[in-house]
Design a protein around this ligand. Structure first.
Ligand code: UDX
Length: 424
C-alpha cells in the first residue's frame, strides 16, 4: 500500500527515437510503467511520431527534429548527431520549466528514460541533476560483440570500411547511465546479461518480452493491413510462412525475384510483407517477376504492412522468415513460431546465430537463391526438422510466459525497476 501511494503520479519522461524497432518497445514500456502508477510523458521527434489516440494515458511532447524522412543511404552517425543536436535544447527547456513550476504535490523528481540512440537526453538529465535510465531495444547477446569492436579494430582484425567506422563511433557513444532496461528475459540471455552487468556496473533490469507485458494497441507508423487475418482464418493450421524483413531493410530487384521464386517453388502458402519503397528504384511491387502472381494465385498474399503481432499469434502461421530484428525475434519466440533467419545488419546477425545455433529455433538462410530458399521453407514447414524446431519454439514460448508470472524473472525485474525509480 505504501509503495502504491509513493508511486502514484511519479513523473517519468520517456524519450523515444524515430525508428519503428525502437519506438515500439518504448511505447510498450510506457504502457507497463503507467499501469504501475507512474505518470508518463512521451517525448518524440516529429519525424515518425506515434499516434496519440492509441495512447490516451500519455502526455506527448513533440520535438522538432528538422528531418522529413529517414534516408537509409545517408551516414547513420551524422544523422544521429544532427537528430540529437536538434532536439536537445527543446527537452532541456521543457524540463527546466517543469522543475521551475515546482515539484508536484507528492514531491517527486522527474526520471528520464531514454532510447540509447537519443543520447542527448542523458546529457540534459545530467545538466539538470535528474536521474536517467537507458532503454536498449537490441538483444543483450549482441552487446558483447559490439563492445569488442574498438579492441578488434585496434588489433587490426576489422576491415576498415565505412560501416565499421560508423559502428566504432557508436560504440564510443555508449556511456554509463544510472541503470539499463533490456527488453529480454533472464533465461534467454543469462550469460550475456552477466557479462553486461560486469561491464556496466549499474543495475540492468531484464524486462521482457514487453510485447506480452503491455496492453498497447498498434504501435505501427504504417497502416496495418488487417484484411490478411480473414485470409489466414481460411488456411490450415501451421501451414503458412509469414515473411517480413522489418521496417528498414531494403533489397534489389534480383533479391526480390529470388525471394519470389523461392516462395513459389516451395508450394507452401505465404504472407509476404513488401514495404513500399523497400525494393530499390520501385514504389512497391512493380518489379515482381513476370508469371509470379499467376503461379501463386490463391496460395500467397503480398501486402505493404501486416499486423505482425496478430499474424504471429494466428494458428495458421507455421513459420516466420525474418531479418531477425530483436522485436521480431521476441515476437516470434513469444508465440512459439520457428524461423528462417536472413539477417541484414547489426544485431540481426548475432540474433540469427543465436536463433539457429544456440536456441535452435531457426534455420539460417545460407544465401538468397531460389533453390536454397525453396529448401529452407520445406525444411521448416514440411520436414521433421521443422517439427523439432517448432517443439523447441513452443517450449521457449512457455518459458517466456513463466517469466511474466508472479515470481518470474521479468515480473521481479519490473518490481525492482519500480523500486529503483521511486528511490530517487
Ligand atoms: C531495428 C533493427 O533492425 C533491430 O535489429 C533492432 O533490434 C531494433 O531496431 P527493425 O529492423 O524494424 O528494427 O526490426 P524489428 O526490431 O523486428 O522491428 C520491427 C517491428 O515492426 C516489429 O515490432 C514488427 O512487429 C513490426 N512490423 C513489421 C509490423 O508490425 N508489420 C510489418 O509488416 C512488419
Amino acid at each position: 500500500m505504501m509503495g502504491d501511494e509513493r508511486k502514484r503520479g511519479k513523473p517519468l519522461v520517456l524519450v523515444a527515437s524515430p525508428f519503428q524497432g525502437h519506438m515500439t518497445p518504448m511505447l510498450q514500456l510506457g504502457s507497463v510503467l503507467h499501469s504501475k502508477g507512474f505518470s508518463i510523458t512521451l517525448a518524440h521527434t516529429k519525424l515518425n511520431s506515434p499516434d496519440p489516440s492509441n495512447h490516451p494515458e500519455f502526455v506527448f511532447l513533440p520535438l522538432s527534429d528538422n528531418f522529413s524522412a529517414i534516408d537509409a543511404s545517408a551516414n547513420y552517425t551524422k544523422f544521429l548527431e544532427a537528430l540529437n543536436n536538434n532536439c536537445k535544447m527543446q527537452l532541456q527547456d521543457h524540463l527546466t520549466r517543469k522543475i521551475e513550476e515546482g515539484k508536484d504535490e507528492m514531491n517527486h523528481t522527474i526520471t528520464v528514460i531514454h532510447d540509447n540512440i537519443m543520447y542527448f537526453a542523458e546529457e540534459v538529465a545530467s545538466n539538470l541533476n535528474l536521474p536517467s535510465i537507458v532503454l536498449r531495444s537490441c538483444s543483450a547477446s549482441y552487446m558483447p560483440a559490439f563492445l569488442a569492436l574498438p579492441r578488434l579494430h585496434a588489433e587490426g582484425q576489422l576491415p576498415v570500411q565505412e560501416v565499421a567506422t560508423e559502428m566504432l563511433a557508436l560504440a564510443e557513444r555508449v556511456r554509463t547511465p544510472s541503470a539499463i532496461i533490456w527488453n529480454t528475459m533472464e533465461f534467454l540471455e543469462s550469460s550475456a546479461l552477466t557479462q553486461l552487468r560486469q561491464h556496466y556496473q549499474v543495475p540492468i533490469f531484464a524486462i521482457g518480452p514487453l510485447i506480452k507485458m503491455a496492453r498497447c494497441p498498434s504501435t505501427s507508423f504504417l497502416e496495418e493491413d488487417t484484411g490478411c487475418i480473414s485470409w489466414l482464418d481460411k488456411q490450415a493450421p501451421r501451414s503458412v510462412l509469414y515473411v517480413s524483413l522489418g521496417s528498414l531493410a531494403t533489397m534489389d530487384e534480383t533479391e526480390l525475384a529470388e525471394t519470389a521464386w523461392g516462395l513459389a517453388k516451395s508450394k507452401q502458402p505465404f504472407l509476404w510483407v513488401v514495404r513500399p519503397g523497400s525494393v530499390s528504384g520501385s514504389e512497391w511491387i512493380e518489379f515482381l517477376p513476370e508469371g509470379f502472381t499467376e503461379e501463386v494465385r490463391g496460395r500467397g498474399l503480398v501486402l505493404k504492412w501486416a499486423p505482425q503481432k496478430q499474424v504471429l499469434a494466428h494458428s495458421a502461421v507455421g513459420g516466420f522468415w525474418s531479418h531477425c530484428g530483436w522485436n521480431s525475434t521476441l515476437e516470434s519466440i513469444s508465440e512459439g513460431v520457428p524461423m528462417i533467419c536472413q539477417p541484414v545488419m547489426g544485431d540481426q546477425c548475432v540474433n540469427s546465430r543465436y536463433l539457429s545455433y544456440v536456441w535452435r529455433v531457426g534455420l539460417e538462410l545460407e544465401n538468397l537463391e531460389i533453390k536454397v530458399v525453396e529448401s529452407a521453407i520445406r525444411r521448416l514447414l514440411v520436414d521433421e526438422e521443422g517439427q523439432e524446431l517448432r517443439q523447441r519454439a513452443i517450449s521457449m514460448k512457455e518459458k517466456a510466459k513463466y517469466s511474466l508470472f508472479k515470481g518470474g524473472s521479468s515480473f521481479n525485474s519490473l518490481k525492482d525497476l519500480v523500486e529503483f525509480t521511486l528511490a530517487d
